[in-house]
Design a binder for this molecule. Structure first.
Ligand SMILES: Cc1cc2nc3c(=O)[nH]c(=O)nc-3n(C[C@H](O)[C@H](O)[C@H](O)COP(=O)(O)O)c2cc1C
Length: 369
């Protein structure tokens, strides 16, 4: 299978040529421990170590102070954050890699502790009954504040500002985080959005904010450097509940994304077993590959064999790997060698410092130990 693997073929993504189709999925690592929540040396090292990925999608980066919901996550709204990220992108480019930043607003998946005691913002005042990872540990979420139209418009501007900052910081592009139960996803589903204005009610209204965000970002960077992430069958995680209009809403969104010349659409297969869940689409790539005309990245629980297969079958153009990239910085080389993969240690996913972050060795190093 050496070097004839679909995963190892180049991929033309807009005007970018990716060296392979092994994408590093966005992963929050909660290590931006400084008053500015800016990336620093250990982030440069971490991303540089993984630069042989066809494309790195960074951890979620909050677009504003209001967008945060997890402790020690980096932002992309201040000058210090831009400076920090600049060194990260330079480090990755030096190694021949490419990197997009994930633009993140958690919406109701936050806690008043992050907002000087004020409530987090969301489409509607509905508690996700989930947990927020605050400076004092995990706390129960509270009922958020329903956003006013002005707050929605400001948030769209925050996305635009964050994208402009991303360009300043030297990123190759941005991924709009509209999945996993965060702000934009909260607008899509009827169980989290009961608004009666132009951002609620019909499917078109519930999807509106995503397209307004794309249109705003397009003003500051090329459309073909914008990616969109969606997780249509998310259920029972991050406060999301499927309803009978969820999949029709995603059908509408994905059809409409064809009107844009995006870098890619990044979809997740169901994160958990939804075989018994009403209204769940069980096979995301099968449903949406025929529908979406642009570059499609697929994610969740892929290994080398399944990744090669999904591309060979024409169901996706590239595969995003999350946890395997945590413990295998040289995942691409390991695939090329058909080498063994190291296991990840869940206990260090979100802990401070280099342990479990930059100390996973390459295969060549572990072989010589
Ligand atoms: C530690 C950790 C942090 C994550 N943080 C993010 C994130 O910031 N943004 C995002 O879209 N997904 C995030 N995810 C989800 C991953 O991108 C991916 O969808 C998930 O891990 C499934 O892929 P895998 O089976 O290859 O790990 C995270 C996952 C993990 C394990």
């Amino acid at each position: 299978m050496k070097n004839t693997q679909p995963l190892l073929e180049k991929l033309q993504m807009g005007d970018l040529e990716l060296q392979n189709r092994v994408i590093m999925a966005p992963m929050t690592r909660s290590r931006a421990i400084n008053p500015e929540n800016a990336p620093f040396d250990i982030h440069i090292k971490y991303y540089q170590q993984r630069a042989s990925a066809g494309l790195i999608i960074s951890e979620g980066a909050q677009i504003s102070k209001k967008a945060v919901g997890y402790v020690n996550t980096p932002g992309i709204y201040s000058d210090a954050q831009v400076e920090g990220w600049k060194e990260v992108t330079e480090g990755v480019h030096e190694k021949g890699g490419k990197i997009f930043i994930q633009l993140w607003h958690v919406g109701r998946m936050s806690h008043p502790d992050f907002h000087g005691g004020e409530l987090p913002h969301a489409p509607s005042a509905i508690n996700p009954h989930s947990k927020s990872f605050t400076p004092e540990g995990f706390k129960d979420t509270e009922t958020p504040k329903e956003m006013t139209i002005e707050e929605i418009k400001q948030t769209i501007l925050d996305y635009k500002n964050a994208a402009a900052n991303a360009m300043k910081a030297g990123f190759d592009g941005v991924e709009i985080h509209s999945s996993n139960g965060y702000l934009l996803h909260q607008f899509f589903n009827r169980t989290s959005n009961v608004r009666t204005d132009e951002y609620g009610g019909s499917i078109e209204n519930r999807a509106r904010i995503l397209f307004e965000v794309i249109d705003a970002i397009k003003e500051v960077m090329p459309e073909n450097r914008i990616g969109v992430r969606l997780n249509p069958s998310l259920h029972g995680i991050f406060g999301m509940t499927l309803d009978e209009e969820t999949i029709p809403a995603f059908d509408y969104i994905i059809e409409k994304l064809n009107q844009y010349d995006l870098a890619y659409l990044h979809l997740s297969e169901p994160f958990n077993d939804v075989s018994e869940i009403p209204y769940a689409e069980k096979e995301i790539a099968k449903r949406y590959r025929p529908m979406y005309k642009g570059t499609l990245i697929i994610n969740a629980s892929f290994d080398q064999e399944k990744g090669n297969k999904v591309i060979l079958e024409g169901l996706a153009d590239a595969v995003a790997y999350g946890k395997p990239f945590i413990s295998n910085p040289d995942l691409v080389e390991r695939f090329a060698e058909n080498g063994p993969l190291a296991d990840w240690d869940q206990s260090t996913f979100y802990t401070p410092g280099e342990k479990g972050f930059t100390d996973y060795p390459k295969l060549s190093v572990s072989k010589s130990i």
